[in-house]
Every structure is written in structure tokens, then in C-alpha cells.
Write a protein that binds this ligand. Sequence first.
Ligand code: NAP
Length: 456
Amino acid sequence: MGYNNSMKQLKILIVGAGPSACYVVDALTKTQLPLTIDMIDRYPQPLGLLRTGVAPDHERIKSLDSYFNKILDQAPLNFYGNVSFGKDIVLDDVKNAYHAIFFCTGTESDNPVPGLDYTLVNVTGSRDVVEWYNGYESNRTQFIPELLGSSVGIIGMGNVALDIARILLKNPQELAKTEMPQACIDMIQNQAVSDVYIFARRGPAQAKCTPLELEELLDLANVQTIIYPSPIALSDTDQIEINEINRVQKNVNLFTSIKANTTAKKRLHIYFYSQLKEVHTDADKLQAITLAKTILSGEPHHQQTTLSDETYHINLDSLITSTGYKGAALPGIVFNEKTHCIPHESGKITTQPPSLASYYCAGWIKRGPQGVIGTNKAGAKESVDSFVNDVEHMYSKQLHDFNLGNHLKNKQCSYFSLENWQTQNTYELSEGQKQNKKRLKLTQISDIEHCLKTKS
Ligand code: NAP
């Protein structure tokens, strides 16, 4: 297209600093266009779900942090952490101040189970639990770790449900080596979690989880897995699904080859074909649930549930729903309330707000909460390609004078820079090493400020 260095710099804003945003930075850098990037995130540091969502014992995935840190370090980028879009900056502030704005805001909340009362003190959504064992407090629902108890129910059979079950059941000595805060490990131990129940509304062939993660859970030392109903009975339609999808075949093989673990002190109960029917409470606390057995019908890969008359009652100390996440609308940006995503064409936002900036999206806010971290790479590249297609029309735009740092200072919004994050990161790793942990995470603003003060 014949761009050269004499061309003026393109100003880019990226809202969100998680994996999809990092892949956007990478793809932008690789265009070799002359550009400067401002990146904001509501967390004090970048990396998003890699820090707040990925299970602490998934160290191979967590180790992507050095890869993402390198991308950010090498880009022409200013990071502003602890800054929320819609609060600290609004669309009106930035719509004429950048050539392009990318939204990479992921998902915001849990997909709730209809009819379940989340105000019960021992009922929570998975997001709060996941952020808690990653050292963050999110309070999207309410989560009181002291109320976990020894028998914990989890609704849903995706990878997040498996993560939670594994963290609750895993040997605490193994967790201690990870970046999981010791206080969380101690809390789980003090609760003496002995029985975790996973309730899947469909069967083994429809389990959403992936075989690697399933095997990891079923292989936990000290845990006996018990499947209901047993033996597993598969329909002809299930068999078609098994034959057609390798992941399904592997999952079913794992479910059907569970061995007795005679020395196990803890139990994982997996209830298939089980849908929540009734919650039994005492005041503001859940005490037990009634599940209805479901019946599957429909075409292969589209089997849906209907409730049978068969029910069963299970006493629980707490209940976590792990039934997927959903994105939230961003002020001023058209949002699809059914898919909880921003409507787009190849990453370019379909309804462009009238302004000098052009708008794009990437990650879960673009495609919904599916796939692993690496899935974001191709999606980010697609969005950046759409941006590149539009670039020619951007150079002529006379942007308004705007400096994000000054704007935030004027608003008395204190933010954390990339340099701050580099200092924090080095501190976390070295303090972790002293305690034989992967890292000692700082997640409270006051702790981060203290670290920055003592290290500068
Ligand atoms: P998910 O994979 O979409 O699983 C959601 C689960 O909730 C499914 O079992 C679904 O059952 C069930 N569900 C949904 N609504 C329900 C309801 N009303 N009642 C009962 N059950 C309900 O979501 P996720 O586990 O949150 O994971 C999100 C994404 O992150 C996935 O792509 C996942 O693979 C990824 N992830 C990956 C890893 C990893 O690679 N290690 C770790 C964590 C997450 P149906 O199938 O019947 O709808």
C-alpha cells in the first residue's frame, strides 16, 4: 500500500489488556505501520484472564505471561491500568482523539441458572470463585469462602467447572507451589472439602470440557470419581456424536474407564442428565437441592433436554454455578443483548459511532466465551486486517488534541503504567521464589503501591 515513515502516526486505543488485546498489539506491531498505542484496563496490570481466570495450577498456560509481556514491552505502547471505560474515560473523550479504537473487553459476568436465587449466602457464580483463587475479589454475585463447607455442588460441565473441582480437591501441597495465594489454599483445607458434585444437564457425550482437562481431574491422587448413572448407557445418537468428534470420543473413553481408588479420601461425584429442580433453604442459606433426571432428544450434536419425573435430593454445603460467561454492553457501542457480543464484520464493529475514530473488537466480546487463549490469535489478526483495510482513509483525519495521561490526571484518576507492571512483575517473581512459589501475587492497590514505592 506504500506507507512510509513520513506518514503521520496512527493513534490507536485498546480497551482491555487481556490475551486478545495482547494479540491485537502483536498483530498491529507486525503491520509495521507507524503507530502509537494507548491501552487501558480496569485492573492495575495487563494480562486480564491470564492472571484473573486461568487456574493457578495450569502453569503451562500461565507461562504465556512472558510471551505477552514481551509483546507489550516491544510495542509503541502506553499502558494505563486501573482505568475503566465508561467511568474514567467515556466515548465522548476519545471518539475524535484516535484513528482506531479496539474493544477487547472479554466477558463481564456469569450466565446465571434461571430461577436460582443468587442472594442465598452459599450460592455463587463461577467467576467470583475463579477470581478468588487467583487472588482477586470480584463480588459479581457473592462468594463467602468460609461457607464452602465440605460438600460443594457445581452446575455445569465445561472447563471452568473442571478447574474449580480440581482446585477444591487437589492436594494443597501441590497448590502451594503455584501462584495461588496461600490464604485460599488454607481456606479450602480448613473447609475440609471432601465431596465435590458436578451436575451436568446432558450426558457424557455432550460434556463441554476437553479431554486433557478431564483426564487431569479424573487422575487426581486421593480422589475417587463416582459417575451417576452407572454404568454409562449411550444412545444411538450419542454413538454418532462419539464417532464424528474425536474430543467426544476421548471424553467418553475417560468416563467409561474410571478405576477404583481404594485409598482415596475425597470424592468427585459426576451426575449426568441432572437439572436443578428445587432448592431447599434454611433462612438465607441453601441446604440441599432436588435434581430432576433429564431425557435427551434431537439430532446428533443438537440433543436437548426434557425433564423426567425421576428426582433425587442431595445435601450440599454450597453451590457454584459454572454455566458460562457473558459480555457486557459498553456505553455508546451497539450491543447484541442475545449473544452478549458486539456485532461486527471480520472484527470491524458493524454500527460505527459517528466520530473520527474507526471501531473494531476482538476476543470474547467479539465471538463469545469459547475456545482457549490461543484461539484469540487468529481472531485478533482478522480484526487488525480489517483495520489495515481502512487505514488509507485514516491519515487525512484531523484528530483532536488529546493526551490520555493528562486527561486521567485532570480527572484525578490514578493509574499504573507498563513500567509499574514490570516492577511489580519482577517483585512478584522474586518474592515467589523466596517462598518456593511460582510468584507472590499482588492484587490489592495498596500492596502494589507499597511495592512500587519500595522498589523505585
Ligand atoms: P462452557 O464450556 O460453555 O460450559 C458451560 C457448561 O454449563 C456446559 O456444560 C453447559 O451445558 C452448562 N450450562 C449452561 N447453562 C446451563 C443451565 N442453565 N443449567 C445447567 N447447565 C448449564 O463454559 P465455561 O466452562 O465457562 O468455559 C468457557 C470457555 O473457556 C470454554 O471455551 C472453555 O473451554 C474455556 N476454558 C478453557 C480452559 C482450558 O483450556 N484449560 C479452562 C477454563 C475455560 P450444555 O452443554 O448442556 O449447554
